[in-house]
Design a protein around this ligand. Structure first.
Ligand SMILES: Nc1ncnc2c1ncn2[C@@H]1O[C@H](COP(=O)(O)OP(=O)(O)O)[C@@H](O)[C@H]1O
Ligand SMILES: [Mg+2]
Length: 289
């Protein structure tokens, strides 16, 4: 399902003394099957963008196209369930939203809320718990008896059990240890590929953005500062560094290398393998001189 934000403005508490302009002239295309990463400092508007993707917020100006639907500041929208069923959001610290007596009930809640039968929901729960790498025995436990990492996975399983077409992730690995982070990111990437999902990831990790995303959007003070492929974004890292944003380690290394040797490698490398080859070529070339 294609999604597109077109010149979106969003004001919190519009027309009150507390009004706050959170997004300004934001245009982002997310064609079906895209893996998009959104990066930016705290307060730059990332979570506000995400909430437009399943109409938790409606633009105060501009429009959001979600599949066949157009959402704008105008008339009241009907049947938002139809959209919310297809766009699943994993919020920051999703484990705070667990509330049922058992893990199974918690995972089944979403699908059943959207009209899936109990029997079907349980089958989906079974599959989802496996996808997030947990054992089936956990189903009968109380979510509150689990470790933080397990709770996070249960909360993610709840979103997967909705079987959405678009999966929206707001810093899904914040607070996890490096191994847990890697497992979760790999799982989302697998799902993205196997099911042809669209994935929208908000992250502070430039490594993850470079590794998984087809496109990157940099948000700054409520606006799109820059967008493009990882290569386009990281081939001129100066702008990012100016904003105080990080770049992937491998890009930083290439940058330093090029400064030290007063040279430019033939391309921007996003993996160690690529960079190693480029440097090897560089030295081979200089031998010949
Ligand atoms: N519920 C809210 N009420 C008023 N202002 C908000 C609310 N949520 C966020 N904001 C403001 O909107 C801006 C963007 O916030 P947010 O989208 O949460 O940024 P990010 O996710 O990049 O940290 C910030 O200035 C923030 O203070
Ligand atoms: Mg946020």
């Amino acid at each position: 399902m294609d999604i597109s934000l077109q010149q979106v403005e969003y004001r919190y508490q519009a027309n009150t003394p507390f009004e706050r302009l959170a997004l300004q002239d934001v245009s982002i295309d997310i064609p079906s099957g895209t893996y998009l990463a959104i990066i930016g400092h705290t307060g730059s508007g990332k979570s506000t963008v995400l909430q437009h993707l399943n109409v938790l917020l409606k633009p105060t100006k501009g429009k959001v196209i979600i599949g066949e639907r157009e959402i704008n500041s105008g008339k009241k929208q009907k049947d938002l369930k139809g959209i919310r069923k297809r766009v699943g959001i994993v919020f920051q610290f999703p484990e705070h939203q667990l509330f049922e007596e058992t893990v199974e009930k918690d995972i089944c809640f979403g699908p059943m809320n959207f009209g899936v039968s109990e029997e079907q929901a349980k089958l989906r729960a079974k599959k989802a718990i496996e996808q997030v790498g947990l054992a089936q025995e956990i189903m009968d436990k109380s979510p509150f008896d689990l470790s933080g990492g397990q709770m996070r996975r249960v909360a993610i399983a709840g979103v997967l059990a909705m079987e959405p077409d678009v999966i929206v992730l707001d810093e899904p690995t914040a607070g996890l240890d490096p191994r847990g982070r890697k497992e979760i990111m790999e799982m989302f990437y697998r799902l993205h590929q196997e099911r042809g999902l669209s994935t929208v990831l908000v992250t502070h990790s430039m490594e993850d953005a470079a590794m998984y995303a087809d496109r990157i959007v940099i948000m700054h003070k409520g606006k799109v500062y820059k967008q493009g492929t990882p290569k386009e974004i990281f081939s001129s890292p100066e702008g990012l560094l100016e904003l105080g944003l990080d770049v992937p380690e491998v890009v930083r290394f290439q940058n330093k290398f090029e400064h030290t040797f007063h040279a430019k490698l033939s391309k921007t490398c996003l993996t160690m393998e690529d960079l190693t080859e480029e440097i090897a070529d560089f030295f081979k070339g200089s031998d010949r001189k």
